[in-house]
Design a protein around this ligand. Structure first.
Ligand SMILES: *[C@@H]1O[C@H](CO)[C@@H](O)[C@H](O)[C@H]1NC(C)=O
Ligand SMILES: *[C@@H]1O[C@H](CO)[C@@H](O)[C@H](O)[C@H]1NC(C)=O
Ligand SMILES: *[C@@H]1O[C@H](CO)[C@@H](O)[C@H](O)[C@H]1NC(C)=O
Ligand SMILES: *[C@@H]1O[C@H](CO)[C@@H](O)[C@H](O)[C@H]1NC(C)=O
Ligand SMILES: *[C@@H]1O[C@H](CO)[C@@H](O)[C@H](O)[C@H]1NC(C)=O
Ligand SMILES: *[C@@H]1O[C@H](CO)[C@@H](O)[C@H](O)[C@H]1NC(C)=O
Ligand SMILES: *[C@@H]1O[C@H](CO)[C@@H](O)[C@H](O)[C@H]1NC(C)=O
Ligand SMILES: *[C@@H]1O[C@H](CO)[C@@H](O)[C@H](O)[C@H]1NC(C)=O
Ligand SMILES: *[C@@H]1O[C@H](CO)[C@@H](O)[C@H](O)[C@H]1NC(C)=O
Ligand SMILES: *[C@@H]1O[C@H](CO)[C@@H](O)[C@H](O)[C@H]1NC(C)=O
Length: 318
């Protein structure tokens, strides 16, 4: 019996020495990364940027020169200098720039507004593009509804849709000016486009530029929509106010165990999971978790690639 036990001890000792050696010689499975590349948090204008967002220059490189982002690939922010003293955080979605109005880390939401519209100013900006984005990490929340714009509609000024009762959707801002190519412009709320009565709107759309669909805050829209005149004369305010998106991790790519172990997920530029950035400067790649002080001895053996040698040394004295 004693014989078997001491064999067991020897066996365990060998495993532990093996782990120790592989860690102290810098196992290639556990490359180091430069922790100062992935800064904890950065303040830009009124927003705090921290994981899973990252600054556009927070791109690290592993030992084999694979570049990675210190956060979810799509959540790359740029901090633009804007005037003498101000900075503004921006994000690119499908090639268009949005200004980050707010990031709420308590409920994983971000509020964005079209930068072109904000720069253009005015009560009735000419919105030029749809909002669209890759839904890998970002999603609409229930606080968002779409406004649909029809610009440059080629109607005769005597058309009933331009006059009298037909004009409850016609944009009529003082500062709207003539849209490029002329024509009339209209805005519709989702209710107006749903249901049986909407076929007239689809007929109208055929006479206009392609529709532009813009998400806005549903509460502000309801407030404003209660008086249609306000919407038709100053809808810019509801667009400037921005729209809310939520972010979620990708469930099945290694990021979940990484974040559960207090690590931060590193992604390649092509959006695939690369490894887990641990606070000790190690990057766990094969097993995507960081060793934590709460990890048990057994877990350490099972996950020995991510165990630190100094935690194991006292355990050798069995
Ligand atoms: C780590 O990154 C910082 C900031 O980018 C840089 O100044 C420093 O030289 C880097 N250190 C190493 C060891 O590469
Ligand atoms: C940003 O973070 C700093 C320090 O953590 C905090 O004092 C400040 O209130 C935060 N600002 C916002 C807008 O959340
Ligand atoms: C990584 O890049 C450095 C400098 O650019 C180069 O010297 C080194 O050979 C590269 N390593 C690999 C594995 O490509
Ligand atoms: C700076 O930012 C503040 C608050 O965001 C804004 O009120 C002010 O107009 C900005 N100043 C400049 C010069 O852009
Ligand atoms: C920038 O900030 C400095 C110091 O706070 C102030 O004196 C200056 O007037 C500001 N400039 C602008 C354009 O806001
Ligand atoms: C997230 O929190 C912000 C600030 O408290 C709040 O305005 C917003 O409605 C919340 N969003 C969700 C989806 O819970
Ligand atoms: C708004 O439109 C986009 C596509 O244009 C769609 O994905 C989204 O679900 C719409 N939102 C609502 C609340 O209908
Ligand atoms: C915006 O999206 C709608 C569908 O939601 C599409 O019909 C329209 O052509 C798009 N507009 C532009 C300017 O791409
Ligand atoms: C709607 O708003 C306009 C402009 O603010 C105002 O003149 C008008 O009296 C309002 N109408 C109602 C019914 O509140
Ligand atoms: C992403 O890049 C890695 C390394 O460059 C490559 O092995 C992988 O196949 C790529 N994945 C996709 C989906 O493009």
């Amino acid at each position: 019996m004693a014989h078997i036990l001491s064999l067991l001890h020897l066996f365990l000792l060998l495993i532990l020495l093996g782990v120790h050696a592989s860690v102290s010689h810098g196992s290639p499975l556990q490359p180091e990364y430069n922790t100062s590349v992935c800064s904890k948090s950065y303040s830009c204008g009124d927003v705090n940027i921290s994981y899973p967002f990252y600054l556009s220059d927070a791109i690290g490189e592993t030992y084999d020169n694979t570049s990675f982002s210190c956060g979810y690939t799509d959540l790359k922010l740029t901090c633009l200098r804007d005037g003498v003293n101000n900075t503004t955080a921006t994000i690119q979605l499908a090639g268009h720039e949005y200004t980050v109005q707010d990031i709420v880390y308590d409920n994983d939401t971000v509020v964005l507004a079209d930068s072109d519209v904000l720069r253009g100013g005015g009560k009735c900006p000419r919105v030029s593009h749809n909002v669209s984005f890759d839904e890998e990490w970002l999603h609409y929340t229930s606080s968002v509804e779409n406004l649909t714009f029809l610009f440059g509609c080629n109607l005769a000024p005597t058309d009933p849709r331009v006059n009298a009762a037909g004009n409850k959707n016609k944009i009529s801002c003082k500062d709207f000016g003539s849209s490029p190519g002329g024509g009339f412009s209209f805005v519709f709320t989702p209710e107006e486009l749903g249901g049986a009565g909407a076929s007239a709107e689809y007929e109208l759309a055929k006479l206009c530029d392609p529709p532009v669909v813009v998400p806005v805050d549903v509460n502000l829209l309801m407030e404003m929509g209660s008086n249609q005149t306000v919407l038709l004369t100053e809808y810019g305010a509801v667009i400037d106010n921005g729209f809310e998106l939520a972010w979620h991790l990708v469930e099945n790519d290694g990021c979940n165990p990484c974040e559960k172990s207090q690590g931060q997920c590193a992604y390649r530029q092509n959006k695939t999971f690369l490894g887990c950035l641990c606070s000790d400067g190690k990057m766990a790649m094969d097993s995507p978790y960081c060793s934590g002080s709460s990890k048990s001895f057994e877990t350490c053996i099972l996950q020995f690639n991510s165990c630190k040698s100094n935690k194991l040394v006292p355990r050798i004295v069995i």
